[in-house]
Design a protein around this ligand. Structure first.
Ligand SMILES: C[S@@+](CC[C@H](N)C(=O)[O-])C[C@H]1O[C@@H](n2cnc3c(N)ncnc32)[C@H](O)[C@@H]1O
Length: 396
């Protein structure tokens, strides 16, 4: 079946239906691009049915087994292309090459547009060049370089689409953007990654027009962002935070103070927006991960073992907890806290969970404003400081 073009066409049509039903695809132009680009050419080592499943195809791991390159999941590719709003004739820079997305971009910009895709890894650029050629997209320019530098020779770009998790907005991206241009980037802040569509404003700042939770491999090279890790109990309970945060080591000694909130969550409902709300209120927000052993020993009993919201104040820590709700599919959110100020901090965090539930839950994400570091007249609001910019979520 692999060689039958009608079979590939039928699989592509099926994928388009899936993406439409999920809401990942909404425009006819993006759907048309998905209908023609042969994804199986870009992932030649997997069966054709896998190539057209809505799944990421892993292409490379580093020496420690961490995924560093993939051909992205069609759903997030579709979402980001919809966010980008690419028009015929646009000049587009893609950061992070797999070949497939660059081919879709090429369909969207048409014969009058231009697509450049760059990747830090020569293995990836060689593969992308070869597969783009094999699929008939010779016009796409493939360059090996570190994405934080953008690619000045092709600027200005109407759109920059970053397909790797960034912890910052590189100044080169803003410099290389055309007036009224847009950057779509999976930006990681306080442990959460959102694909933001950021419109360039006349004062050089960026303003988000949409925000979608997502996950990507992490950026390598000069823009790699490792954050900080504070071990609380060896490797069993650790706190992760961004580089602009300093958080001391809390103690888990003594019994936990527990406060339940009566806020009920569907078991499938994501925590991301609540996490961002808590990160906006508490400067010393961080993400707590615990091993199975730590939970078994009841050192901690978090809502999410692999990474959930926590707030540290001096030696006190409060973290998100959950218990069974009144119905099978519901959980009640709560807070567990340890340390000298456990009662106060548990109550403050519980109050904020209730505030999020009352004010924000079910509403869209805040608008994100992004200003260069050093801007003196920043808008009000919490400020998350990355290497080169200040990110301000506006909840109003
Ligand atoms: C998820 S993959 C890209 C997927 C691709 N756009 C597609 O068509 O499916 C992310 C890529 O980003 C690349 N990458 C990581 N750090 C980078 C950097 N600093 N500059 C450019 N590329 C980078 C990786 O080598 C990897 O190939």
């Amino acid at each position: 079946m692999n060689g039958d073009p009608r079979y590939a066409e039928a699989l592509r049509a099926g994928l388009v239906d899936v993406l439409r039903s999920q809401g990942a695809l909404s425009s006819d132009r993006v759907a048309a691009a998905f209908r023609v680009v042969p994804r199986h050419v870009f992932v030649p080592d997997v069966p054709i049915e896998v190539a057209y499943a809505d799944d990421v195809v892993l292409m490379k791991r580093d020496d420690e087994g961490v995924a560093i390159s993939s051909v992205s999941q069609p759903a997030i590719v579709a979402v980001m292309l919809e966010q980008a709003g690419i028009e015929p004739g646009h000049r587009v820079l893609e950061i992070g090459s797999g070949g497939y997305n660059a081919a879709l971009l090429s369909e969207l910009v048409g014969a009058d547009g231009e697509v450049t895709t760059i990747d830090i890894d020569p293995e990836v650029t060689e593969r992308a060049s070869a597969t783009l050629r094999a699929a008939g997209y010779e016009a796409v320019r493939v360059v090996r370089t570190d994405g934080v530098e953008g690619w000045d020779a092709g600027a200005p770009y109407d759109r920059i689409v970053v397909t790797v998790t960034a912890g910052d907005i590189a100044p080169a991206w803003i410099d290389q953007l055309a007036p009224a241009g847009r950057i779509v980037v999976p930006l990681r802040i306080r442990g959460q990654t959102r694909s933001l569509a950021l419109d360039l404003q006349s004062d050089g700042s960026l303003r988000s027009r949409s925000s979608v939770n997502c996950g990507f491999v992490s950026m390598q090279g000069a823009g790699a962002e490792h954050g900080r890790v504070v071990p609380v109990v060896d490797d069993d309970v650790v706190l992760r935070m961004d580089s602009d945060q300093t958080i001391g080591k809390p103690s888990l000694d003594g019994p936990a103070v527990v406060r339940w909130t009566r806020v009920l969550l569907d078991r499938e409902e994501p925590f991301c927006q609540l996490d961002l709300w808590l990160a906006s209120v508490f400067e010393q927000y961080c993400v707590m991960s615990a091993s199975r052993a730590a939970v078994k020993k009841r050192l901690v009993r978090p809502a999410l073992r692999w990474g959930g919201a926590a707030v540290v104040r001096g030696e006190t820590i409060a973290y998100l907890a959950s218990q069974a709700g009144p119905k099978r599919d519901l959980v009640e959110l709560g807070v567990r806290a340890h340390g000298p100020a456990a009662v106060l901090l548990a109550e403050e965090v519980a109050e904020q969970i209730r505030a999020w539930d009352a004010v924000q839950r079910g509403r869209p994400d805040p608008v994100f404003l992004i200003h260069p570091a050093g801007t003196t007249d920043l808008p009000d609001g919490p400020h998350f400081r990355t290497r080169n910019c200040v990110v301000t979520p506006r909840w109003d």
